[in-house]
Design a protein around this ligand. Structure first.
Ligand code: PEP
Ligand code: CO
Length: 445
């Protein structure tokens, strides 16, 4: 293989890159970005890698969740706090159900770039470049807003820093203290059909914490707050390259814009630029795999991206859809086993289950999401494999983007509060219900 550098991806075909009017302007911005301080540290990245290694062995469970795409408009105290609250609540439920420590990873502080199926969007007789996330252009349907603007890279980086700064302050400041789960209550919990069950779980966790403190005769303040890690799709390679650095006293190169970048389905070409970039960074990485991706391609990806079988390095996030998982997952598990390498298996029950209503709205049904998850746990168990994580698009807000769930949202409800510019997310209640469901399945297995 030819030598790697943070820029060696430029010699390979790069899918899903925006066409900037002035490449020179883009390079100027990338040079500016490269001078700014990093968002995360190599210590944090290595800590996460060792936790993911334990998850791959069945000793931890990964909860990865957040918006399909963050937006500049939602970089606000409420939106960030509510996202943390729902992830904390879900993780509490999962800890209780699985009896294992949960690794919390947000799709946040950098999830600003989106792959698109169509390069252009047409409305009536007007044809404009597709919206590719706030990192690249803007959602409004005008030529000016859809024109890729390199300055947005700086704005996105700054908002990632603002988001992460607020998250770190909340976590360190006691917001995530397990002694006080009432801090994370969301306003609508009180009216939720799930409220009682959730409160019961929270009380049991508090009880266990007290029990542990009593027998250890210590206050668990050292271990009683929890950590969050960040992740985003490493899609915009100039942006990722700008934050790829060497650090003192460690070998290799780290992407210091996020702890845990992943390669999306559409850019997982073993000969492509994304795989070339990811091969050289020391972060733990994930690849989305799905129907239409032959096991041989996954093995080729493991050769390139996971050559030394380093513990914690590689997560495979499968997203086959409720209809296809029974046919597609078993051969993939067996192929990976035959390679002799260890990966962390994670199920994304969202992206294989997207559909469009007769009215033209992109949605997902809770029952399909649940169906895929249930099958995923069962198939891994049948094949003596371990499903060590879930990857979910959710929000802490009370939106109406996915159908079904405890309140049984129907097509007509979608119009009430549909906010996503991209994929539909589980709302607060649906996300909590999903966590309870997973906890129940894990409690049984
Ligand atoms: C996503 O995670 O938002 C996404 C685009 O997923 P995938 O690459 O699995 O289609
Ligand atoms: Co999505």
């Amino acid at each position: 293989m030819s030598p790697w550098s943070p820029a060696s991806w430029r010699d390979k075909p790069a899918a899903q890159q925006a066409a900037y009017a002035s490449p020179a302007d883009l390079e100027r911005v990338v040079a500016q970005l490269a001078l700014l301080p990093p968002l995360v540290t190599s210590w944090e990245i290595e800590t996460l890698k060792s936790q993911l290694a334990e998850a791959a062995q069945g000793r931890r469970f990964l909860l990865q969740g957040g918006d399909c795409a963050e937006s500049f408009a939602e970089c606000s105290a409420d939106a960030i706090t509510n996202k943390l609250k729902i992830l904390l609540q879900m993780s509490l439920v999962l800890v209780q159900g699985s009896g294992k420590p949960v690794i919390r990873v947000g799709r946040f502080a950098g999830q600003y770039a989106k792959p698109r199926t169509d390069e252009f969007e047409t409305r009536g007789s007007v044809r404009l470049p597709s919206y590719r996330g706030d990192l690249v252009n803007r959602p409004g349907f005008t030529q000016a807003e859809r024109e890729p603007d390199p300055r947005l890279l700086l704005r996105a980086y700054e908002r990632s820093a603002l988001t992460l700064n607020f998250i770190r302050a909340l976590v360190r400041g006691g917001f995530a203290d397990l002694h006080h789960p009432e801090n994370w209550d969301l306003d609508f919990t009180a009216h939720s059909p799930l409220a009682e069950e959730y409160r019961g779980i929270a009380r049991r966790v508090e009880g266990s914490l007290q029990f542990m403190e009593n027998i250890l005769d210590v206050h668990a303040s050292q271990i009683a707050w929890v950590d969050f890690f960040t992740s985003h799709e490493g899609l915009h390679l100039s942006y990722e390259q700008a934050q790829t650095r060497q650090v003192p006293r460690r070998e290799g190169w780290y992407n210091l814009a996020t702890h845990f970048p992943w390669i999306g389905m559409r850019t997982a070409n073993p000969e492509g630029a994304h795989v070339e970039y990811f091969r050289g960074i020391a972060n733990p990485i994930a690849v989305k795999v799905g129907a239409g991706m032959p096991p041989a391609q996954v093995l080729r990806l493991l050769d390139i991206l996971h050559p030394s079988d380093e513990p914690g390095r590689m997560t495979l996030i499968h997203r086959f859809g409720n209809q296809r998982i029974a046919e597609c997952l078993p051969p993939m598990i067996e192929a990976v086993r035959a390679s002799g390498k260890t990966v962390l298996w994670c199920c994304d029950p969202m992206h294989g289950n997207t559909r469009t209503t007769p009215g033209g709205v992109k949605t997902r049904h809770f029952d399909d999401i649940r169906g895929e998850l249930e099958q995923a746990f069962a198939i891994h168990q049948q094949h003596r494999s371990y499903l060590g994580g879930v990857h979910i698009e959710l929000t802490g807000e009370d939106v109406t983007e996915c159908l079904g769930g405890a309140r049984n949202l129907v097509d007509a409800d979608l119009a009430r509060d549909y906010r996503s510019e991209v994929d539909p997310r589980l709302n607060y209640e649906q996300a909590l219900e999903m966590a309870m469901l997973i906890a129940r399945i894990m409690g049984r297995t």
